[in-house]
Design a protein around this ligand. Structure first.
Ligand SMILES: NC(=O)c1ccc[n+]([C@@H]2O[C@H](COP(=O)([O-])OP(=O)(O)OC[C@H]3O[C@@H](n4cnc5c(N)ncnc54)[C@H](OP(=O)(O)O)[C@@H]3O)[C@@H](O)[C@H]2O)c1
Length: 305
């Protein structure tokens, strides 16, 4: 990581923001851009709930936030496990009265083909179904003006998603599965925005591409020769840094300039146009309904059209 790099809240032009009394949950904040965003929200005064699977890394984030003068807690939950996500929902509800900012950031690229206990391909489950389960499970814990921010990726461009085939592992490609899950992230964020708006809620939902960030732990499941290339890139000042990526998350979570913006896609703190598939209203609606079916739950924010 570059030394003395500008912090995300400064990159986002929000260093003077005061988040005292606000509560933020950043999933996947044991490393990478989620960690940098959690630290930034803490420096701005928020109570931060950090999340991931690695307990020690979670404790380290909490200690760093507390050293900056804010309060924080760590909640572990494996996003490949439905019961663990239910447990996270319950832990958040028990711990805080309201959630002001929910950052759906946990995720990754998983090299080996496999399905979870739900019979769903792992990448789709971890990167899409669990954020869906978490967010819809916390809907009544969200503050009136809460913001939901979902970390997507430019990789959604060119991806296709057939919800009937999310259990199929034949010809599995980790990159295709990853890009498909990131398309699902944007469709989910957009559909959440539409349904919240239709229900009269002021809660916003936006998604963003954080940049191409060799300095995070995203490449942890890569193998040679790709692993060697990404490890080398980490030593060079190329691409974006985790703090760059965190800047757009902090921007969407706190900037007054986007207080009323919902159902939009961003990169580098600016609104962008997501790929047509990410804005396909029928596909968004179908993903929403079928995700509830896969999880065996009632459809949240029931259809409005
Ligand atoms: N790096 C890039 O170039 C890039 C580009 C576009 C989008 N993104 C997106 O940015 C987000 C953050 O990635 P990153 O680059 O910061 O990588 P990272 O350093 O690997 O961070 C990923 C985070 O997700 C958590 N996570 C992964 N699998 C999990 C699981 N099964 N259950 C619970 N938590 C899990 C990890 O925590 P534990 O390991 O503790 O579980 C970690 O905190 C991801 O959604 C990724 O798709 C990254």
């Amino acid at each position: 990581m570059l030394q003395n790099e500008t912090e995300p809240e400064e990159k986002a032009g929000l260093a003077d923001t005061d988040l005292s009394g606000r509560t933020v949950l950043v999933t996947g904040s044991t490393s990478g851009l989620g960690r940098e965003a959690a630290l930034a929200f803490g420096r701005l005064g928020a109570h931060v709930i950090a999340h991931g699977r690695r307990e020690q890394a979670g404790r380290d984030v909490v200690a760093e936030i507390e050293a900056s003068g804010s309060s924080a807690e760590f909640m572990a939950a494996d996003f490949a496990d439905v019961d663990a996500v239910d447990g996270l929902v319950e832990n958040v509800r028990t711990s805080v009265d309201e959630l002001d900012i929910l950052c759906n950031n946990a995720g990754g690229l998983f090299r080996d083909a496999g399905t979870t206990d739900l019979g769903v391909e792992m990448t789709f489950h971890v990167n899409h179904l669990s954020p869906y389960q978490l967010t819809t499970g916390l809907l009544d814990t969200l503050a009136e003006d809460a913001r939901v921010v979902t970390t997507a990726s430019i990789g959604h461009r060119g991806a296709t998603l057939n919800i009937d085939r999310v259990a199929e592992l034949t010809g599995f490609s980790p990159w295709a599965a990853y890009c498909r899950s990131k398309l699902a992230n944007i469709q989910f964020a957009n559909e959440l925005a539409r349904r919240l708006e239709a229900s009269g809620s002021d809660v916003t939902s936006n998604s963003f591409h954080p940049g191409l960030i060799p300095g995070s732990e995203f490449s942890r499941s890569f193998v040679a020769p790709t692993r060697g290339v990404t490890d080398f890139l980490k030593t060079l000042p190329v691409g974006d840094t985790p703090k760059d990526g965190a800047a757009t998350m902090v921007y969407l979570g706190t900037s007054a300039g986007v207080a009323d913006v919902t159902g939009s896609y961003f990169a580098r703190c600016r609104q962008r146009r997501a790929a047509p598939a990410a804005r396909d209203e029928d596909a968004m609606c179908e993903l929403w309904e079928r995700s509830a079916d896969l999880l065996g739950i009632e459809e949240p924010l029931v259809a409005y059209r």
